[in-house]
Unconditional design. Structure first.
Length: 103
């Protein structure tokens, strides 16, 4: 009967040891993932800072955008006028087709 107690204690100790092993392994994996995230975030922030410095070195970029934005605004205004015309035609055609006999 004493051997059953020792076997139970051995199984319990093995289960406890395996649980500790798995917990430590997961903890190490979490620290590695956190470190990789920190490196990726640092690299992204450094790239953003380099891009901001390069953009600050070109102050004429906003001047080049001015005419392009003006053309874009005029194209958008023209598009809104054309869409309004299409809506008017759809409304008038819709009134005619509402009373048009079908098969």
């Amino acid at each position: 009967m004493l051997w059953a107690v020792w076997i139970g204690l051995a199984v319990g100790a093995l289960a406890f040891g395996f649980g500790v092993y798995r917990a430590v392994r997961e903890l190490v994996g979490a620290f590695r993932a956190l470190h990789a995230l920190q490196r990726a975030t640092t690299a992204a922030l450094e790239a953003l800072a380099r891009s901001a410095e390069r953009l600050a070195g070109h102050p004429d970029a906003a001047a080049k955008l001015g005419p392009t934005l003006a053309r874009f605004d005029s194209s958008r205004a023209r598009l809104s006028i054309l869409l309004a015309a299409v809506d008017e035609v759809r409304d008038s055609v819709g009134r005619v087709t509402a009373v048009y006999p079908r098969k």
